[in-house]
Design a protein around this ligand. Structure first.
Ligand code: SAH
Ligand code: AVI
Length: 325
């Protein structure tokens, strides 16, 4: 038996409306700053996969190491029969949890904006684990989520791994986590993967690698805007820059204009002016301490059931449940 279902809740109209609103708002403010959601078309998802394999980017490997050690513990503690994953991408690491939970009859709901990533991962999983029931959902997790109907027989595990929580700005994280908590029943679990603060040169190298893969990922945004909004960005007229913002405890990826220029975004009927050297923040990536993250989770009504941290690799997994408030 192979079961792969796909629901696209991101009607083309919703995606276009959200993209337009964010780009208009983000490129008409000072400093310019846009959401990281738009990197992930087929090419962006592929570039992200390449980033995960870079020597300079420890995030993916560190989390994989923790899953290799603790996937069985996660399965024993949760006994989940459904796994809902936000920003599932390739689902590669998640396989370890699916296998530990016992894939036969398990319901897996990968959620992502990238239809290509969902289809590829779904095809591979259905082949490797024919007993798993996959309900892939294309959705924007920053908007309220509608889950497919799942069996009521046992705990659900919601996974938000890969440190993707870090791509929310601090003020947005609280309401987002509270929204997840409100989706949970008392018997459900939420698993968060979080990258921890490291020495600044290491963090900078992770976001500005020697092969230029992260630069290509950052500039992919310009290709997306040229295609989706009929813009005329010249990717060669921008440099990719990574900066540690210590006040916010996050890395910023920025695109710095090499020249003074005006860029037309025809679908928005907008001309955007860039000064020479002006920087546009395209992504922030928070780096956590376990205490600070636990405090954020607790403020959102989530209690840590178990924490697994690899201090050397600088990564933590937090398995949480609803607290009583
Ligand atoms: N969890 C995977 C992938 C992390 S990359 C891993 O650890 O390897 C971040 C993923 O989140 C990408 O697949 C991207 O397409 C997805 N994503 C980014 N913003 C999103 C949004 N607003 N809604 C849904 N998915 C999003
Ligand atoms: C998906 N997210 C956690 C990645 C990160 O590290 O912030 C995205 C990324 N951006 C540049 N490199 C990787």
């Amino acid at each position: 038996m192979r079961s792969y279902g796909f629901t696209d809740t991101l009607a083309a109209k919703h995606y276009a409306t959200a993209l337009r609103a964010d780009i208009r708002d983000g490129l008409t403010r000072t400093p310019k700053s846009t959401a990281p959601t738009w990197f992930y078309d087929a090419r962006g998802s592929e570039l992200f996969e390449q980033i995960t394999q870079l020597d300079e980017y420890p995030v993916w490997r560190a989390e994989l190491g923790l899953f290799l050690l603790h996937a069985d513990d996660i399965a024993v503690r949760t006994r989940a029969r459904s796994l809902v994953e936000l920003g599932s991408g390739s689902s590669n690491k998640t396989q370890l949890i699916l296998e530990a939970l016992g894939p036969a009859g398990l319901h897996y709901v990968p959620i992502d904006v990238s239809a290509d990533a969902l289809h590829q991962a779904g095809a591979q999983l259905a082949k490797d684990h024919p007993g798993i029931v996959i309900h892939a959902v294309r959705a924007d997790f920053t908007a309220p989520l509608v889950l497919p109907e799942l069996p009521d027989d046992g705990p659900r595990l919601i996974a938000f791994i890969g440190s993707t929580l870090s791509n929310f700005r601090r003020p947005a994280r609280g309401p987002f986590l509270r929204g997840l908590r409100d989706m949970m029943r008392p018997e459900d679990f939420l698993l968060i993967g979080a990258d921890l603060v490291k020495p600044v040169p290491e963090m900078l190298a992770a976001y500005d690698d020697g092969k230029g893969v992260t630069a290509a990922f950052d500039k992919n945004l310009l290709h997306v805007l040229n295609r989706e909004l009929d813009a005329d960005f010249d990717p060669d007229s921008f440099d990719h820059v990574a900066v540690w913002n210590s006040a916010e405890q996050h890395i910023e990826m920025r695109l710095r204009s090499r020249v003074e220029q005006r860029v037309k975004i025809r679908d928005l009927d907008l001309v955007v002016h860039f000064e020479r050297g002006e920087e546009w923040v395209t992504e922030s990536s928070a780096k956590f301490s376990t205490d600070a993250l636990q405090a954020e989770l607790s403020a959102a009504g989530l209690r840590t059931d178990q924490l697994w941290a690899d201090e050397d690799a600088g990564f933590a997994l937090m398995l949480t449940i609803r607290s009583t408030d």
